[in-house]
Design a protein around this ligand. Structure first.
Ligand SMILES: NC(=O)c1ccc[n+]([C@@H]2O[C@H](COP(=O)([O-])OP(=O)(O)OC[C@H]3O[C@@H](n4cnc5c(N)ncnc54)[C@H](OP(=O)(O)O)[C@@H]3O)[C@@H](O)[C@H]2O)c1
Length: 224
């Protein structure tokens, strides 16, 4: 991480799962302070203990219940299955007030994961924004990168599209994308999350067809 960058306390709600651990692994390596959240603190502690075996000594990782993690954080990240999305947000709504929430959720239909399926609000991120209201800025990101990729130590062949309410919030998330070792793109307003979330079903279909876990997306034609 660029030494001028602030170390952030990042709460990962459902951080005991696959995607949450992958993001924690990347951000802890960049020097951020990771608060692994779970419905059960003991489960969070077990995820922290596992991650510590993979990370350099001195990495900043803490185990907390989801609400305590969100209360203590600078920025929160939601990595739970879509079936738990609404219930989790309802429970944490008060704790999330005044914060940015990065929503990684893909509204997959478990029996038809290769078919795009969106909630009536348009996307999971828009649904989150509707549940949380104006006091929380929801930014959609990381839906197109698998945990298998996040746990690799090699450069990643996948970009991250960032959509959300407010350019400033998107810029903060784009910095965290960079700290995770990925290229991020400002993909505009939260309504655009429908495309990003929908791409995941297509990538899952490609993974199945080609017997891999690593299908991703790349923006071309722009020099950075
Ligand atoms: N896996 C990937 O490669 C990937 C890639 C892109 C996007 N995503 C998206 O990221 C999200 C998480 O995916 P994942 O693969 O990490 O999921 P996961 O491992 O199945 O679950 C993540 C965590 O969610 C919590 N959780 C599960 N059921 C819950 C419930 N009913 N209520 C509250 N919390 C519950 C659990 O934490 P506790 O039991 O500790 O509370 C669990 O460890 C999904 O929306 C997925 O579509 C995943």
């Amino acid at each position: 991480m660029d030494s001028s960058r602030k170390i952030m306390k990042i709460a990962i709600i459902g951080g005991t799962g696959k995607e949450g651990r992958g993001l924690a692994y990347r951000w802890a390596q960049a020097g951020h302070h990771i608060l692994i959240g779970s419905r059960m603190r003991e489960k969070a502690q077990s995820a922290v203990d596992d991650l510590k075996t993979l990370l350099p000594e001195g990495s900043l990782l803490e185990a907390l219940e989801n609400s305590a993690a969100v209360e203590k954080c600078d920025i929160a990240v939601l990595t739970v299955p879509y079936s738990a999305h609404r219930e989790t947000l309802d429970l944490l709504k008060e704790n999330l007030k005044g914060k940015i929430l990065i929503d990684v959720t893909v509204p997959l239909n478990p029996t038809k994961v290769t078919r795009v399926s969106m909630p009536k609000e348009g996307s999971a991120a828009q649904e989150a924004q509707a549940i949380l209201g104006e006091d929380t800025s929801v930014v959609a990101a990381f839906q197109n990168i698998s945990y298998e990729n996040l746990m690799k130590n090699s450069p990643l062949d996948c970009d991250v599209l960032v959509c959300g309410s407010g350019k400033e919030a998107r810029q903060i998330v784009l910095s965290l994308v960079e700290d995770a070792g990925l290229i991020g793109w400002d993909a505009g307003v939260i309504n655009n999350a429908v495309v990003v979330e929908g791409l995941t079903s297509i990538l899952i279909g490609l993974n199945i067809q080609h017997k891999v876990y690593s299908a991703g997306i790349r923006i071309t034609g722009i020099n950075r």
